[in-house]
Design a protein around this ligand. Structure first.
Ligand SMILES: Cc1ncc(COP(=O)(O)O)c(C=O)c1O
Length: 476
């Protein structure tokens, strides 16, 4: 019998889909009424480890199982009091766009169809925002980890033009530079690129977690004297722990003088250029050779969607392009519309990520998204003021953007007891369902880390979160 996977009864499918859409909209409209995080019960998790379904299950039953066993146990980042890690909250429109993208289901590796032109348009908008030339290249990625890796591969290509044929010969050894506050994915990119993490000089930061350009210049000189080949400098536009912004303009000067590829990891921070009042903090970003950033963080596009833009389109392309026979490009027809996105990344098959970005930007405009970012920065300052004013807490780093790192303190506790207490406090807050923060280490001390990249957060949410921490700490 021929297996047709489309609905046999379109009317029934339509009815169920409409009900599911209503459930999804209710879910988002009433997100505030639920806990910020609800742990998944063991039996519910275990029940999902079913054997491979060989035979069909009615769609209504599958949907029922989703509603009871999966839907309630979300990671929490859509909730207004979720402040863990750096996780955007998304928007209902982004979810709608995702559904429409899957409906079209195009493969955006290349060829001539609407999705390709949407992705090009989105990349063009961000070249404009970052003041990159209009002929710069770009590609949407899973996230900034992938974008940083692609940047390292492009920089490697510039330093070793034959690397695609020869592999990494590392003679002389290529060396990159970044601060100790740099996200771990940059180090991993060096590992994956075959350069090795020893080839990334991890340089100290100042009291505000920023790299010192003079130290970078010194390290480069030492490496040259030792016979190495300095090739790449990575700046941060918003570090993951505290949101520090490296002196991007000075770093651009060092990179230009030393002929280094200048890459900026702007995962969440760089996108704050959407706010005219925050943009000046990122002066010098426009001088980068490449910028990695995410839509799924502060721009509130649903997961996953990151991006890399590269000033030198030809070099970017040369690092990845190849044309096996079955992918021959044609002057007309489906296989036209060069260049293809697969020429700028490691993927051939790619989904229509750009549609949810396009919808989000079109619906709200970059200025409104920038205003939401300004609000988050103001809320971070509000929280820092509340922490400062409360003798139970102490701030562990000044607020520079949208992140507050602090800890609970209690007289008589040793440093290691305070570390353990604060880690446990973060877990108990998560388990209470009132709010979610994450933890990190600042200056050797364990910190409660509140990262506000959430368009749903209100000032009351900030106050409530600190109150909950205080209550949980007091009754510990
Ligand atoms: C500064 C920075 N770089 C890179 C990343 C990794 O981004 P992604 O999770 O999109 O891969 C993050 C994630 O929080 C980050 O904050």
């Amino acid at each position: 019998m021929r297996a047709v996977l489309d609905p046999k009864d379109w009317a029934a499918f339509r009815a169920l889909s409409h009900a599911a859409l209503d459930d999804a909209i209710d879910y988002l409209e009433h997100v505030r009424e639920r806990d910020a995080w609800e742990p998944m019960p063991g039996d519910v998790a275990a029940a999902l480890a079913e054997p491979l379904p060989l035979e069909p299950t009615p769609l209504a039953d599958v949907y029922r199982q989703f509603v009871s066993s999966i839907f309630p146990y979300n990671s929490g980042n859509i909730h207004p009091r979720f402040f863990g890690w750096v996780q955007g909250a998304g928007t209902p429109t982004g979810a709608l766009a995702d559904m429409l993208a899957s409906t079209m289901n195009p493969n955006v590796g290349g060829r001539n169809h609407g999705a390709v032109f949407v992705e090009r348009a989105v990349i063009g908008w961000f070249c404009e925002l970052f003041r990159f030339p209009p002929d710069a290249s770009g590609v949407l990625t899973v996230g900034t980890s992938a974008a940083n890796l692609i940047a390292v591969l492009v920089a490697r290509m510039k330093a070793m033009p034959n690397v695609r044929a020869t592999g990494v010969t590392n003679e002389p050894r290529l060396i990159g530079y970044a601060s100790s506050a740099t996200h771990g994915c940059v180090r991993r990119a060096f590992e994956v690129a075959g350069l090795g993490s020893d080839s990334l000089r991890v340089l100290p930061t100042d009291s505000l977690h920023r790299i010192d350009p003079a130290i970078v210049a010194r390290a480069i000189a030492e490496d040259r004297a030792a016979g190495y080949h300095p090739f790449m400098l990575v700046g941060n536009a918003g570090t993951v722990d505290v949101g520090a912004i490296d002196p991007l303009n000075d770093l651009a000067g060092v990179a230009a003088r030393e002929n280094l590829w200048y890459h900026v990891d702007g995962a969440f921070g760089a996108t704050a250029v959407m706010s005219p009042s925050l943009a000046p903090k990122f002066a010098g970003l426009e001088r980068a050779d490449s910028i990695a950033f995410d839509f799924h963080k502060w721009i509130q596009v649903p997961y996953d969607a990151g991006c890399l833009i590269v000033r030198d389109c030809l070099l970017h392309r040369s690092a990845f392009a190849s044309t096996p026979n079955y992918l021959t490009r044609m002057p007309r027809g489906v296989a036209s519309a060069q260049p293809w996105f697969t020429d700028f990344t490691i993927d051939l098959s790619r989904g229509f990520r750009a549609l949810k970005v396009w919808f989000t930007l079109k619906e709200h405009g970059s200025l409104a998204i920038g205003r939401a970012m300004e609000e988050n920065c103001r809320q971070a300052r509000l929280l820092a003021d509340l922490v400062d004013a409360d003798h139970n807490f102490e701030l562990l780093s000044p607020v520079q953007l949208n992140i507050v790192c602090f800890r609970y303190r209690r007289a008589g506790m040793s440093e290691s007891e305070l570390d353990a207490f604060n880690d446990d406090l973060v877990i108990r807050l998560q388990e209470s369902g009132e709010a979610v923060t994450s933890s990190t280490t600042i200056g050797g001390r364990r910190a409660i880390r509140v990262c506000i990249v959430n368009q749903r957060t209100t000032d009351d949410d900030i106050v409530q979160t600190l109150d909950a921490l205080k209550r949980l700490a007091t009754f510990a």
